[in-house]
Design a protein around this ligand. Structure first.
Ligand code: GAP
Length: 491
């Protein structure tokens, strides 16, 4: 599997992800998406929205404020319970998550080697003196404090006065806006249970030990659905919430597979009782085999009626549903598929990455699903000195870009241009050559055709310019390369 170093380096070199505020030395665990990164990220969110909101009759979307009423966080339990245990080094002052310290490599001044300094792999003893880590893993000198609870929410002030009454928080999850807007959405959309409210947007957590690139950062994006079900309903003989929980686990797993994550890199992980969040009856994570090892890609929780009841209690408003058949008010249960956009992007990148040897040279290619590829088509002129070739290439780019993200590039020879596009995962290249426009000096007539090259097979077909929109409509709409190539051949 590709290493994290390789991905980080590719992301920087090819404009996917940059360190935030890099020229000032960087901001701790915040990342900026570059020109290809933003396309990839937008595509992930667009496809998720299309598949889970647009195509489903039972899900609607919202886009809520990041700043919410501070009581939201009291009601949700975040103010009291959204904490991690942290320890501080008394010497170098670095802060660690108490439960992460043993997973770090540690610095050791070994008494058996006259105090020589070693960096020892996480969890292992010193090979010379046999000692295990007791001090700060970073400086190797300071004692660590006893664990203290640290709230992960970012605090800020609403309005011009920085006083206690004005304290508010950047949301640590998008979910609460769906609960707080439950009644608004229910009434305005006249919905019947079961139904879902979806949102994709930014969340903020003051993680004590962020890291591993975009896997754990302090500002990230989530795609969450709160799927409300009637707890008194039964489906196939089972309580509706349990039935829908399993359905959402299957649907989410299938979604990641459909867009390119390999089966052997995905697994389900059931949360143990003592690991469950304060609101959850059952939680199952979809884990992905990231370059750092198996870790959570998304979680699917059965949050019961906890949130609606809490917000009803703290707001004094009724948050229930009238069941017409049973003639009773019920507080719906909630199944919550909660995915991280940045983690999904990292996983799609890792599984798309392929190094292969082509005619004795290394080829790096990102084999993205066509719906996710940041750029669908690159239009490349074979000779940039021929004004008619360049003009035709620009015209093709202009035409295709009405529909898709298409780029023009003439800054290198064709072989290198292909490699550059492969490395950012561009699905197809279109090459405009002398035959396309003809050569009057040599008396050669234009054939009005261009070459389309498939990124994965590197096969090429020749297609009339007039058919490009239709051909790419097929190729990018899901038709196989072989079928389209056969069709063009017959034309
Ligand atoms: N509303 C439920 C909730 O927020 P979560 O497991 O804390 O649940 C859901 O977060 C997803 O959000 C995670 O599976 C992960 O993909 C993403 N996520 C959480 N914290 C993150 C962080 N610090 N950096 C990047 N992604 C994060």
């Amino acid at each position: 599997m590709v290493t994290m170093e390789t991905l980080v380096s590719l992301c920087k070199r090819r404009g996917f992800v940059f360190q935030s505020s890099e020229i000032y030395g960087g901001t701790g665990s915040c990342w900026d998406y570059g020109p290809f990164g933003v396309e990839l990220k937008n595509n992930i969110k667009r496809v998720w929205w299309r598949d889970f909101v647009q195509r489903r009759p039972d899900v609607v979307g919202i886009d809520a404020s990041i700043l919410m009423h501070p009581t939201v966080w009291k009601a949700s339990g975040h103010l009291d319970l959204f904490t991690d245990p942290m320890v501080d080094c008394r010497e170098c002052k670095l802060r660690f998550r108490a439960d992460h310290v043993d997973a770090l490599p540690w610095t050791h001044y070994c008494p058996a080697t006259k105090g020589n300094k070693f960096t020892i792999p996480a969890g292992e003893p010193c090979g010379h003196c046999g000692a295990r880590r007791t001090l700060c893993p970073n400086c190797g000198k300071g004692e660590l404090t006893a664990p203290r609870q640290f709230n992960l929410m970012f605090k800020t002030f609403m309005g011009p006065v920085e006083e206690d009454a004005a304290v508010t928080y950047l949301r640590p999850e998008t979910a609460q806006a769906m609960f707080v807007n439950f009644e608004n959405v229910l009434q305005s959309m006249r919905l019947k249970l079961p139904f879902g409210i979806a949102q994709a947007g930014r969340s903020f957590r003051n993680e004590i030990t962020p890291g591993n690139f975009i896997f754990r950062s302090r500002e990230f994006e989530q795609m969450e659905i709160e799927y409300f079900v009637n707890p008194h309903d039964r489906v196939d003989g089972r309580p509706a919430d349990e039935h829908w929980h399993d359905r959402w686990i299957e649907d989410c797993l299938a979604w990641f597979r459909r867009y390119g994550l390999r089966d052997e890199h995905l697994r389900l992980r059931e949360h143990d009782r003592d690991e469950l969040s304060h609101y959850a009856k059952r939680t199952v994570d979809i884990d992905y085999r990231f370059p750092i090892g198996w870790s959570e890609l998304m979680g699917i929780a059965n949050r019961t009626d906890f949130d609606l009841k809490q917000h009803a209690k703290w707001s004094g408003k009724s948050l229930s549903y009238f069941d017409e058949e049973r003639k009773e008010h019920v507080v719906p249960y909630v199944v919550e598929p909660a995915a991280g956009v940045d983690r999904a992007l990292l996983a799609f990148l890792a599984d798309a990455y392929l190094e292969e040897e082509v005619r004795g040279e290394k080829r790096v290619v990102l084999r993205f699903h066509p719906d996710l590829a940041p750029v669908k088509v690159a239009v490349l002129p074979l000779l940039k000195k021929r004004e008619d070739i360049v003009r035709t290439a620009h015209a093709i780019r202009d035409e295709l870009s009405r529909q898709w993200r298409v780029v023009y590039d003439d800054t290198a020879a064709i072989g290198r241009l292909y490699r550059r596009q492969d490395e950012v995962g561009t699905s197809y290249c279109v090459t405009v050559d002398v035959q396309t426009v003809g050569d009057t000096d040599k008396g050669e007539r234009a054939d009005g055709k261009v070459t389309i090259r498939d990124r994965d097979s590197m096969e090429q077909i020749r297609v009339p310019v007039s058919q490009l929109m239709a051909v790419f409509g097929d190729l990018l709409g899901g038709a196989g390369w072989a079928d389209v190539a056969a069709g063009v051949g017959r034309a």
